[in-house]
Structure formats: structure tokens, C-alpha cells
Design a binder for this molecule. Sequence first.
Ligand code: CA
Length: 504
Amino acid sequence: MSSRTPLLMIALLALAPARTLYAQITENPLPAPVEKRGLTVQIRDVVRLPRTLGLLPADQDTNPAGWARVSFVRDAPDGRRFANDSRGFLYLLQADAEPSVYLDIRSAIPHAIYNRLESGFIGFGFHPEFADNGLFYVVHGEYAMGNPSEVDFIPPGYTEADVTHHNVITEWRANDPAANTFEGTRRELLRVAHVTTNMSHPFGYVGFNPTSEPGDEDYGLLYTSGSDLGFSNGGGPNANNPGQTQRLDSVVTAILRIDPRSPSQSGGTKGLGDYTIPPSNPFAGDNDPATLGEIYAYGFRNAHRLSWDLTDGTMFAADIGMNHIEEINIVHAGANYGWMAREGYWENGIIRPGGALNQLYELPGEVLDVRDADQFTYPVAIYDHNEGQAISGGFAYHGRIEQLRGKFVFGDVQRGRLFAADLAALKAADDGVPRTVAPVEEIQLYVRRANGERVYVSFRDLVERSNGASASRADLHLSDSRDGELFLTSRQDGMIRMLVPDED
Ligand SMILES: [Ca+2]
């Protein structure tokens, strides 16, 4: 011990100047608050999903449990509108009618876990040719214990004995795509092991680029969220593990892009599961057997929502940060978005000897202010945890609400605040320079009373009013309609709301 001390002291002395220059940020990394600057938008109730609170025993539900755990609203390519309740239901929403159950998936997923924020029936997305082929995709989570299914992938260095949960993506095929209740078959595409105690940050999104057309490279390719599968703070001995990130031999932190067709149908290269590797993927043709061909981009903590600007195809990912920074990223094929080495445009302390996930360190100016100075791609807008705790998905808005046109609209899941950033500023910030990011402002919401009176509200006020109780979290999520309008939903009250033009 004593023989090591002088060496340690020399090492500390050598580090001292660097620590002074590139200091640890302990609080408020972005001192300027996100403020309201005049964007004021009307919000209106559309429909409330049926109450499923109490359907599950309390220990198998989330806490706080909500009225209905609505996560996604999606318009099918045939024009019909659907929404899911992660307690196991896919609803068909028809104008002037109560939601009707299109599919109850509970019996198909008997090992499902429902008690995490993202769990149960997590998400769904329709194939662009759903009206003809009846195909849609579902992501859900399961317990490993007592589960007879074999996983397609276990993170490197772990074995079957370490597996705690399964992340599962399935393809469902409706016999009659026009029917108002599902009858058909399903096929499992991918089953990936979770090895942390909690099923934190599972696959959360499945969907297709809505701007791609038949014949485009991207057409018919299914994207997933980019999620760290709990390797940051998922609990237990396998969490807090930066060694499971920043690697191309693992799906951890990666947005995957797959051709959902079985190789037996496509004649192409098989992926980890029963799907085909798109030959145009960034690591598909690198002749390196150590890289996974299904990886599209990587280095995300929990990029749980993806979206595309319908005017130019720009792809966005909203990535939930650790203790400090929430991010909007513009996604490029093959790019590395930094987790766990980076959080926003800071270095995360976990990659330093003895460091921790809740630490941020300033980057040196020769990285922060210089184009492409390191191997990472940095966010185009950020906010810190003085302003919120978890970024929702967001959308490039070109719809009917004049004051939101040309903005990217997003929010904070936990607090329910609604934010906007100029699309032009976001795209300009996609310049390879870490420090350049687009300004973020807050949107003021209002409702109209029956007499036409305008009442300013927060999203959280609305959730509390419909539940008749205070909400410890707003649980805000955003979805978009086929014609580019925005839905705001809460997993707490099960209400689907819409942003609308004034006096609409
Ligand atoms: Ca930038």
C-alpha cells in the first residue's frame, strides 16, 4: 500500500491541472432556464381509453398506476387510427365512437412484465403496405424466469444464467387487413436478453420511415429504439457498466434497422433473429464479422422515440439522459452518439477511474468548439434536469397550427412541460460542433371553456383534473397523425388530447 502511495500522488498531481481546466459540473449545467416566449397553443380532449386500472394486481402494475397506460397513437396507412394501452390492448379509435378493442395481446404474451415504465405491450407500428399485407409490429417485455423461449442475443460476456428479462419484437399479420378486430397469425422477429435486475430502457419503439417510397433504400425497413437495456441504472451487479456500451458487436445502445422479412422469404442475410440484414446498413458490408449488420446508429442511453421530418426525411431521436442532460439528436447512419462516454456535450464521469454516472465533466475547447474533433456525434438541442427529467418523443411540425409550423415539438415526460425548437436551428446545429445547439422554448397551453373563454393550463393540470387527484408524474408522450397533427397522451389518465388551431 505505502509503496504505491507516491505513484498515486504523482498521478493525482499530474491530473490536477486538467481537473481545474475541465471541471466537474455538479449542478445546473445549462444555467439559462427554458422560458415561454409567446408560443401559445390550444389543446383539446379527443377520447379517453377505457379504464384498465385495477386489472393487474398492484405489484404487477406500475406505481403510480394510471387510468390507462396509453403509449402510442398511430394512424394505419389505410387511414384508421389506433392506440395501445401497455396493459395489453390495441384499440381502434373511430370518430364519434368509444375505443373498441382491436387486439387483446395478453394471452399471447403470458410471461409479460407490466410493472415498469416501459413494459407490457410497449409499442407498435404498421407496415407501409398494411392495407394489403395486414402486417404490423409489436415490441413487448417478458420475465426470463419460467420462460421457455430462447433468446437470440445475450450481451457479450453474459450467459443464460444472467438473463432477467426478454425484449421481444413480433410481426403480426391480420387475415383481413380491413377488419375491425384482429384475427391472424404472428411470427417472432427478435428476442434479446436483459441482464440487469430491472427491465430498464428496453426496446421501446418500432416503426418505419414515413417519408420513404417504394424503390427507396429505406422502404419497408423497420427501426427500433436505441436503448441501453439497463446497463446504466438498471440495478444489480451488471448495471453501471460502460464496458457494455460503445461497441459494435452488441445491440445495446443501438438503433437497429432491419428488413422484417424472414431470410427464407427475402433470400438475404439472416440477422440475430428471423429477419434480413439490409445490405445498405452501415456495418452490413464492412466485412468485419465482429460488427452487427443490424446496427444503424449507436451510443444512445434511451432513444425511446424516433421521428422523421415529412418535408425532407431528417431523422430525429429523443434520447433520455442520466442525471443531467436530455437530448434531441439528428440520426445519421453509422454515427456514434456517445453514451456512456458522453451526455449532452459533456463527458460522463463513469468512464473515468472511480467515476460515477451522475458526474459530468466539461470537454476541452479543442473538442467542444471544433468540428468533428472526436468520434462522437452530438445532440442538436438539449435541456438539463432543472427543466425536466426525461425527454418525450418529438415531431417536426408542418400542420394546421400556424405558430408551430417550422418547429420541432417535444416535451418532458415526467413534468409534462411542452417544448419547441426551430427546425432550421436544429438542422443548423447538426454541424459536427458539439457546442452549437438550437435554443429551446416552452409552449403555453390553453383550453377553451364552452363559453369560448380561454383558460391557460399546464398538461399536468389537465391530467390531475381528469383523474381528480394530484399526479406525481405527468407521464407525457407525443404521437403524430398521418396528416402531421400532434397527440398528447398521459399514461396517468389515459386521455388522448390534440393540439389544435385557435378556436378550432
Ligand atoms: Ca452542434
